[in-house]
Design a protein around this ligand. Structure first.
Ligand SMILES: Nc1ncnc2c1ncn2[C@@H]1O[C@H](COP(=O)(O)OP(=O)(O)OP(=O)(O)O)[C@@H](O)[C@H]1O
Ligand SMILES: [Mg+2]
Length: 250
């Protein structure tokens, strides 16, 4: 029997405001978003429009001022912190523009860290060998088998991002959140990382929400949405070359 997976994301009317230098900033003004299990969605939009703010809400790193958020069918809007921390750890994988690797840990240790969070020393001892095996297999999958014992400072930008992708996958997340994953890479390396991310999304059948300024990358996902005026709007990928997308975005 095929397993019916719950919808990865259902967001309704998400609002987020900040106060900056005494001025209220209404960044998100009612974001609605549905992402199916195994669906990939790109979010584009001008700089400062609130894309990262939205990913922080979806990734349970921040809470909305208004609105409701369901992840995998569970209402997480007002879930207690412990529940949100556990979901974030077990169900969500993050890939950021600047990798966020710990400089004093090797590639392998950076990946493994994701398995250690919230685990008692006793449980860790029992699982350690299996987790190391999985981390090594993931580093192999992202093409870094021979660099597992290298520190991030010894790796190129593209290689660091590969480590970050392996780390994001360690817990077998249902949802991958990527914030400009190729934003810091040259064109050729960007193309390689794009390919890897898309392959991995297909292989793992996880849902993906990916923020990018690259229309080429955005156009390869199942759907493209634009964050504009604090709301998400569908973008017809057929018409992406013309007026639908302001040039300031690229
Ligand atoms: N914690 C905060 N306090 C005050 N202002 C904030 C906070 N977080 C974000 N902002 C403001 O909200 C706006 C949206 O920021 P955000 O980082 O979400 O934009 P973005 O679309 O990701 O931009 P970029 O494409 O440059 O990454 C910006 O004006 C930013 O300064
Ligand atoms: Mg951003």
């Amino acid at each position: 029997m095929t397993e019916v997976k719950p919808q990865a994301i259902r967001a309704r009317g998400l609002e987020r405001r900040f106060v900056s230098a005494g001025q209220p900033l209404e960044i998100l003004r009612g974001v609605d978003l549905d992402v199916g299990a195994s669906e990939s969605v790109a979010i584009v939009g001008r700089s400062g429009g609130g894309k990262s703010t939205l990913l922080h809400l979806l990734g349970l790193l921040d809470r909305p001022d208004q609105g409701a958020l369901h992840l995998e069918g569970l209402d997480v809007t007002r879930a207690p912190r412990g529940v949100r921390d556990r979901l974030r750890r077990d169900r969500i994988g993050f890939v950021f523009q600047f990798y966020h690797l710990l400089p004093e840990l090797t590639a392998l240790q950076n990946v493994l860290l994701a398995a250690m969070i919230g685990v008692s020393p006793f449980d860790w001892m029992a699982r350690r060998k299996a987790e190391i095996g999985r981390a090594e297999a993931l580093l192999d999958r992202v093409g870094l088998a021979s660099r597992a014992r290298h520190l991030p400072s010894r790796l190129s930008g593209g290689e660091r991002q590969r480590v970050a992708i392996a780390r994001a996958l360690l817990r077998r997340p249902a949802l991958l959140l990527c914030d400009e994953p190729t934003g810091n890479l040259d064109e050729r390396t960007s193309a390689e990382i794009e390919e890897l991310l898309l392959e991995i999304q297909r292989e793992t059948k996880s849902a993906m929400v990916l923020v990018t300024h690259s229309l080429r990358l955005a156009g390869r996902l199942d759907r493209m949405l634009m964050l504009e005026g604090g709301r998400l709007k569908a973008v017809e990928t057929g018409g992406i070359a013309d007026a639908a997308v302001p040039q300031t975005m690229v």
